[in-house]
Design a protein around this ligand. Structure first.
Ligand SMILES: Cc1cc2nc3c(=O)[nH]c(=O)nc-3n(C[C@H](O)[C@H](O)[C@H](O)COP(=O)(O)OP(=O)(O)OC[C@H]3O[C@@H](n4cnc5c(N)ncnc54)[C@H](O)[C@@H]3O)c2cc1C
Length: 386
């Protein structure tokens, strides 16, 4: 049972929620803790998600995807994250990052070569923007791609790349212009596993979204055919931003999912746990905390769906995406921390998934642009150019 009223979405969106929940409860929930503890990429689950359709929720139908709008994708993402952020990262990278670059900016050949396999889960995708020396300041990236005949020779490295450890296909961004060109000197490419000069550097262990193959990727005189360019020379940064604006709404939806799971756990616990012969649910401080949790989650959810709706209507949604990502990720951290407090020692133990929820929520405050970056985007949109 949901802990607070459903926000009105289309009937087909609610059918989607049921469709996603049916799979997540049956297939993902039983292994969510194992994925977290082992930190091993769940390849068999990834394949089952492909068979079920989750890896192509937003991909075009002509390439085997379900072609859902962003609101539909957010609903599915929320449901998956409610049981496992790691699984939702797999869905997010296949659809919203790697897949979306091909769908929006790929040539017809690139689309038909890469999207169907990403959708089926036969190919694992990754999106490489962040580098050891540039994260928030993505325009400052220094991986270089130098034209040489019919190909580009790439040198540099990427860090914290989700699915990087296991990726068959990496969409990446490299500098084809000079450092002075800044964002205008960045170009997008695709490279396949096994290409000479392209390798996994190291696996990176992180506190949340574990088991998603977070890794460093290295290019050493790696020759990439010019036909692997996505868009045109110098388009890369605009491509990266366009993709991130949408996937930020996905991160917001994931945050809502985690926060809902923490709230539901707290509501269930306070009715059962007695302190001095009185259920925790009768203590006013606990009641008010639950009220605050539900209010903040509903606000985060509304912001998320609103951002997806603005995107769906074709409007500029940069502000809405930044607000949703910033507010929802911070809400998830706050709600998970409060849920742990309500559970006392059980909350911080590994007997319950709450400590995982908190570690996962914190990841969402960092990826796809930190909260500071979202506020920087918002302040720029609101204050500059007036
Ligand atoms: C689990 C995980 C998965 C990830 N997956 C991917 C992936 O698949 N692909 C990919 O390309 N990247 C990925 N990332 C990288 C992620 O997007 C970056 O870590 C993030 O953008 C922050 O960059 P940074 O780590 O370099 O921090 P920095 O940019 O160095 O930030 C350091 C601090 O400075 C603050 N800061 C930055 N700019 C400002 C500002 N203007 N004003 C005030 N404060 C500021 C930040 O908020 C932060 O607190 C992943 C990261 C993690 C942890």
């Amino acid at each position: 049972m949901d802990s607070f009223p459903e926000i009105h979405v289309k009937k087909e969106h609610e059918d989607l929620r049921k469709w996603a929940r049916e799979f997540t409860n049956r297939e993902i929930l039983p292994m969510a803790d194992k994925i977290d503890r082992s930190d091993e990429y769940p390849l068999a689950l990834q394949r089952r998600m492909g068979d079920y359709g989750l890896l192509g929720i937003s991909m075009p139908q002509e390439y085997g995807g379900l072609g859902l709008d962003l609101t539909g994708s957010m609903i599915v993402g929320e449901e998956v994250a409610k049981v496992s952020l790691s699984a939702s990262f797999i869905v997010g990278v296949q659809n919203g990052l790697a897949g979306n670059v091909f769908a929006k900016f790929g040539t017809p050949e690139q689309k038909s070569k890469y999207i169907p396999k990403l959708v089926k889960g036969e190919s694992i995708g990754a999106y490489g923007l962040t580098e050891p020396g540039s994260g928030s300041d993505a325009a400052g990236l220094s991986t270089r791609a130098v034209r040489d005949g019919d190909s580009y020779v790439v040198n540099g490295s990427k860090i914290f790349i989700t699915q990087g450890l296991v990726a068959d296909v990496l969409v990446f961004f490299a500098r084809t212009g000079t450092a002075e060109d800044g964002a205008a000197g960045i170009t997008a490419f695709v490279v396949e596993k096994g290409t000479k000069g392209f390798r996994v550097g190291q696996k990176l262990e992180v506190m949340g979204a574990r088991g998603t193959g977070t890794a460093e990727l290295v290019f050493e005189d790696c020759r990439v055919p010019a036909s692997n360019m996505i868009g045109h020379e110098g388009d890369g940064f605009l491509i990266a931003l366009a993709i991130l604006s949408e996937s930020r709404i996905g991160a917001a939806a994931a945050a809502v999912g985690i926060a809902e799971a923490a709230l539901e756990a707290a509501i269930s616990y306070v009715s059962k746990r007695h302190i001095a012969e009185k259920p925790l649910a009768k203590y006013e401080v606990v009641r008010f905390t639950i009220a605050d949790m539900a209010t903040r989650i509903t606000a985060a959810r509304l912001l998320t769906y609103y951002a997806a709706t603005v995107q769906g209507s074709g409007g500029d949604f940069i502000k809405e995406a930044a607000m949703a990502k910033y507010f929802a990720s911070e809400t998830a951290v706050w709600v998970c921390e409060r849920a742990i407090q309500i559970h006392g020692g059980y909350g911080v133990s590994k007997m319950l998934p709450l400590e995982r929820f908190l570690r996962d929520a914190k990841i969402l405050d960092i990826v796809e642009g930190t909260s500071e970056v979202q506020r920087w985007i918002l302040s720029r949109e609101l204050l500059d150019g007036q």
